[in-house]
Ligand binder design. Structure first.
Ligand SMILES: [Zn+2]
Length: 204
């Protein structure tokens, strides 16, 4: 099995087909294989662009397809996608690529617990980590309930596909943990942990 096949199976097991959109060429290798065959973590980002910051699921901008311009930008603006996944405000997970793309940029986990354990070389985060762009204006803690739920299921899918023992802090660094150049996301790591606990109503 390739990692792409394992990822698809994990996504279907945890999110199900109605919450997934596989974009063209998602399973085509991009910047090379993952060292060792699997990614070591899922880095959390926000898009800093969205049609709305409202958390009301009925507000304009929170429906399926309302942010398709942002998703298209992430998919096509660069030579390879700018994330592995985009998590839209309605909870849909768009799958851009199963392989190493561009999202982390320059940075390091040296001296930073617990992520130094991942042994990712300085400035090589893209080669070792998946990245998810969570649709948000990035001005406040505005993730929707649907996004929170899908983020938990996405983490579980990645854990299954990559063989991680759990989805603890080690496996879900945020962009701002990698580099002081970035502020995403607006949530603290304890708040992300609480999000996982709150939505942990299905078997882990
Ligand atoms: Zn980011």
């Amino acid at each position: 099995m390739t990692f792409a096949a394992d990822l698809k199976a994990g996504l279907l097991d945890h999110l199900g087909p109605s919450w997934l959109t596989f974009l063209p060429r998602w399973d085509v290798q991009r910047r090379g294989a993952w060292p060792g065959g699997t990614p070591r973590a899922l880095m959390l980002h926000h898009t800093a662009a969205a049609a709305t910051a409202s958390q009301n699921p009925n507000a304009p901008g929170n429906q399926k397809g309302a942010n398709k311009n942002v998703i298209a930008f992430i998919q096509t603006h660069y030579e390879v996608p700018a994330a592995n996944f985009t998590l839209d405000r309605d909870g849909t997970v768009y799958v851009h690529s199963a392989y190493a793309v561009w999202h982390a940029g320059l940075g390091t986990f040296a001296g930073k617990a617990p992520w130094s354990q991942l042994r990712i070389p300085k400035d090589q985060g893209n080669d070792y980590m998946l990245g998810v762009e969570i649709m948000s204006k990035g001005l406040s803690r505005d993730f929707t309930h649907a996004q929170e739920e899908s983020l938990v299921f996405l983490l579980r899918a990645c854990r299954q596909a990559a063989g991680w023992p759990n989805i603890g802090l080690l496996r879900r660094p945020q962009h701002k943990d990698w580099t002081t150049r970035k502020i995403d996301t607006r949530y603290t790591n304890p708040q992300i942990t609480q999000m996982i606990d709150t939505h942990g109503f299905l078997p882990a």
